[in-house]
Design a binder for this molecule. Sequence first.
Ligand SMILES: Cc1ncc(COP(=O)(O)O)c(C=O)c1O
Length: 480
Amino acid sequence: MKRDKSTALPRLKRGQLPAYQRVYEAFRDAVRSGQLKSGQRVPSSRELALKYGVARITVTQGYEQLIAEGYLETKKGSGTFVAKELPDGFFRAGLDGKQSRPIERPRPHRGSASSYIEQPPFLSGCAALDDFPAELWLKLYAKQLRGSPYSLNTYGHGEGGFRELREAIAGHLSTQRGVRCEAGQVLILSGSQPGIELVARALVNLGDTVAVENPSYRGITNSFRMNGAKIRSVPLDEQGMLVDVLDRMKTVPRVVVVTPARQFPLGVAMPVGRQAALLEWARKSGAWILEDDYDSEFRFRGKPLPAMQSLSNQDRILYLGTFTRSMFPDLRIGYLVVPRSVYPDFLALWKTAAMNPPVSLQATLAAFIREGHFQRHLRKMRKLYERRSRWLAERVEDLLGDWIEVGVTDGGMHFVGYYKQPVDPLRLAEEGRKRGYVFMSISSYGPDSVERDGLIFGFSSFSEEKMEAGLQALREVLES
Ligand SMILES: Cc1ncc(COP(=O)(O)O)c(C=O)c1O
C-alpha cells in the first residue's frame, strides 16, 4: 500500500453537526487556511475513517461534498487530491470564519390536495403545486390579514422590505448557502427578475459592456440591453464560465452575470477554484459580479453548494436569490444582497421603482421560514424532484437513447438532453406546441449560438404519466 505523504491531518471539530459535515468542514477549512496545499494527496476514505474513528461512509460523504464544491479532485487509480486550480492564498485573504445561526426545528403540518392549472411537460421551473402546504400557507396568510402588526394601508416602502423577512432570509442564507450578510443588506423584490433590472439600472451606463454566460436566461440579457448595455457572451466548459475569456476582452465589462452553483440552463457547477479565479479577476479589473443563485437549493446529493458570495470580501458582488423556484413562481418574492457601500443607492432606486411585493405576503413568508416550514418543504421537494429527475433520465435513455444523451442530473428542476443527431430546434418546438408540449432547445436561449444543442427536460411538476406521454410525443416528432 502507498504511504500517505500528507502532513498533519485536519482536526475534526466536536459538535452537533453530522459527522460527514465535520469531515467536510475540517478539510474545507484546512484547504482554505493553506494547511492542505493544491495537488497534495489526502488519505483514502478507508485510512481516514480508521484515523478519525468514524464509519467509512461518513468520510465518503464528506469527500463527495468537497469534490462537488471543487476543493478535492480524484485521479483514477491514484487517489484523492487537493484541487490543482485553487489560487494560492485566496481564501486566507478573504475569510473571517463567522459562525452561522442554526435554523429552527420544523413543526409538522397537514398537506393539501388541490387541483391547479397544469403546465405542459417539459416546461422548466414549475413547482409541484399539489405538494405545497397550501392550507398551512393560507392560515399563516389569514393571520397576517386579520391581526397584522403593521398597517395594510401603506405602500410597504419601508427599509428594503419587511424587516422580519429580511432577517429570516439573512439567517437562511448564512446557514444554507454560506452567504455573509445581515438583514440591512437585503432588498426584497417581486422575484429575481426585478433584481436583475435593479442591478442594470443602478450600475450600467449607456454603452457599458455586460458579460453573460452563453447560453443564459433571456431576462438577464433583456434587462441589461434595455438599460443601454452591450452584451458580450462568454462561453462555458464543464466548470462554467471561462474566466480567461473575460481577461482577453478589449473592454472590461462593467458587470459579469453568473450562475455558479448550477449554471442556467446547462446545470454545471463552478468549482471553488474557478470561482476564486473569477473573483480575483473582478477585484483586479474593478468589475461587478451579479451572482444569480436561481434553483440551487434543489441539490440531490449532499448540501446545496455554497454561494460564490461566501468566498468574496463582498464589496463587488451582488447576490440574487428567489422563492419563485423553492416555493412557486406566482409567489413573486425574491431578494438581492447588496454590499453595504452601495446599499443606500440601491435602496433609493428600489423605492422609486416600487419593486416591493405586498407586505402581507412578505410577513406570511417570514412566518413560514421562522416556523421551520420552509426547510421542511425544501427537503420534501428535493426528494420528489430527485425521484422525478431519476425516472425521467432513465426513460430518456431507454426510449430516446439513439437521439439524446442526458447531461448533468444532480439537482434543480430540469436537466439538459444533448442531441446525438441533427435536430431542427424550431420544427421540434412547433411540433411540440401542436401536440400540447414544450420542446425547448438550448439554442433558443442565446445570446449567441451554442456548440452543442439539446433539449430542456423540466421534470419538477410532472407526474410520471404526464412525462411518459411527453416522451412518446417527442419520439414521434424526432422520428418523423
Ligand atoms: C437564471 C434565471 N434567473 C432569474 C429568473 C427570474 O426568475 P423569477 O423572477 O421568477 O425569480 C429566471 C426565470 O426563469 C432564470 O431562469
